[in-house]
Write a protein that binds this ligand. Structure first.
Ligand code: ACO
Length: 428
């Protein structure tokens, strides 16, 4: 069987044979399809990239129908159970799990880039007391490019790696500083003796104690949540990272753009909406009437349910649900969990949700864990960004070394006015 597709242009009667590679046709092959010699050639129209592969990637595999998520071939469930965030970061960036020497070196590199320039404090002072931490994070990540001007040499692999470890090291520090600024609390310097997640908790919550000892359950939960959020192939923010990075700008500017994409409520903000929804429902007795509203009123949605890609239980939600039990045992139960579990049970038995293949997504239970850990709601997308930094950087690196890639620049279908003469103001 030939791996080609035959297209007949009914406008001209001409037939074209286009190669099919990896289940796709090359959009540039369409350009030979013309009605006349001066015709630009056929284009594909795909706003929101619903059916366009923008790259070849070896990082993350998702099968939305089966509910499968793998980083570099390893199932997310196994990584969450057996690995840790820094090891998963190495895997995502380098393609293979590290041996002990590689792991030790990577840990050393990341932990020795956790400090940020002291001028960052002055930058933070410029923000209002109630500034959203995501706005602060985006701005301070972008500002890092001014401290490391050599980061613009993006064609140098060694230089790229230095910026990658710097970013993985510094993003949690900036995130914690954003939180402390909000509270009017002194900034806490990184503690390199602690794990990646433990150090983050220390920078968030350390008060006057000489040494901060993270709660092991909280530390483990945060580490697993970072793993679950580390990458999700070509989503909105990864696409922003690749698109902005394709101009060969430094990675701090590109990562700030990716972070800005994540800030949007359709991307990184749903976990907050879930907690608000559960609080609004208030008690198990109110669940049936809420589910009825979610089915009947198009403006009401069961937040944390449904996904563009997953038409099955989001594998990350399964891991998080189990994790929630461990966290609640250690730090106390979030009373909203009983409502969440009952809501899930009722929805999964309801024809509306079954027929539309609406299952809990990653955000359904994660907010409840964050809340139990004492994290305010506006920090939820910030926590997402810490884990996802690794994925953004891996996508950026893959894009830069891919010979097929060039500056991102889609075409348009121009539907505006054709040429017309300028009219002076007095004649309009
Ligand atoms: N509650 C009620 N009905 C829903 C829900 C929901 N959560 N999600 C989808 N539907 C319905 C829609 O009304 C639509 O019905 P219709 O066919 O009668 O018009 C149908 O299911 C398909 O929904 P779409 O919005 O077309 O699906 P899409 O793939 O565009 O949207 C999305 C996916 C945005 C995630 C959607 O399911 C949603 O809004 N869920 C709630 C918000 C949420 O949890 N977002 C987090 C996603 S995970 C993440 O970004 C990290």
């Amino acid at each position: 069987m030939a791996d080609t597709i035959t297209v007949t242009d009914n406008r001209t009667g001409k037939t074209y044979e286009l190669p099919v590679t990896d289940g796709t046709i090359n959009a540039m092959d369409l350009r030979q399809i013309k009605v006349s010699g001066d015709d630009f050639g056929l284009m594909a129209y795909d706003p929101a990239y619903k059916n366009t592969a923008s790259c070849r990637s070896k990082i993350t595999f998702i099968d939305g129908d089966e509910g499968i998520l793998r980083y570099r071939g390893y199932p997310i469930e196994q990584l969450a159970e057996e690995s840790n965030f820094l090891e998963v970061s190495y895997l995502i960036l380098k393609g293979e799990l590290p041996n002990q020497t590689q792991m030790d070196r990577f840990r050393h590199e990341v932990t020795h880039h956790t400090l940020v320039h002291e001028n960052t404090r002055e930058l933070l002072d410029g923000f209002r007391y109630d500034a959203h931490p995501m706005g602060i994070l985006i701005s301070t990540i972008a500002a890092l490019s001014t401290f490391y001007p050599e980061a613009r040499l993006v064609n140098d692999a060694e230089n790229r790696w230095l910026q990658i470890v710097r970013l993985i090291g510094k993003v949690p520090t900036l995130a914690a500083y954003a939180f402390r600024h909000r509270r009017g609390l002194p900034y806490v310097y990184p503690d390199n003796e602690l794990s990646y997640a433990g150090n983050f908790l220390s920078m968030m919550f350390k008060m006057t104690e000489r040494t901060y000892v993270p709660n092991p359950a909280a530390e483990k939960a945060l580490d697993v949540l970072f793993i679950l959020h580390a990458d999700h192939e070509q989503n909105c923010s990864a696409t922003a990272m690749r698109g902005v990075g394709s101009s060969k700008v430094d990675p701090y500017s590109a990562l700030a753009a990716a972070c800005a994409a994540l800030y949007g409520p359709l991307h990184g903000g749903a976990n907050e909406a879930v907690v608000k929804m559960l609080a609004e429902i208030g008690s198990k007795d109110n669940i049936p009437s809420f589910v009825k509203r979610a089915k009947e009123d198009r403006n009401v949605r069961l937040m944390g349910f449904g996904h563009r890609v997953y038409k099955n239980y989001d594998p990350r939600a399964k891991v998080i649900k189990r994790l929630a039990d461990d966290v609640f045992e250690a730090v106390g139960k979030n009373p909203l969990i009983d409502i969440a579990v009952e809501l899930e049970r009722i929805a999964l038995e309801d024809d509306y949700f079954v027929e539309k293949k609406l299952y809990p997504n990653v955000d359904f239970y994660s907010g409840l864990i964050y809340q139990a850990l004492g994290l305010p709601m506006d920090m939820y997308p910030v926590l997402f960004a810490i884990g996802r930094t690794v994925g953004w950087l891996a996508q950026w690196e893959e894009m830069l070394v891919d010979k097929d890639q060039a500056i991102s620049r889609p075409r348009q279908i121009y539907l505006g006015e054709s040429e017309r003469p300028y009219v002076p103001m007095s004649e309009r």
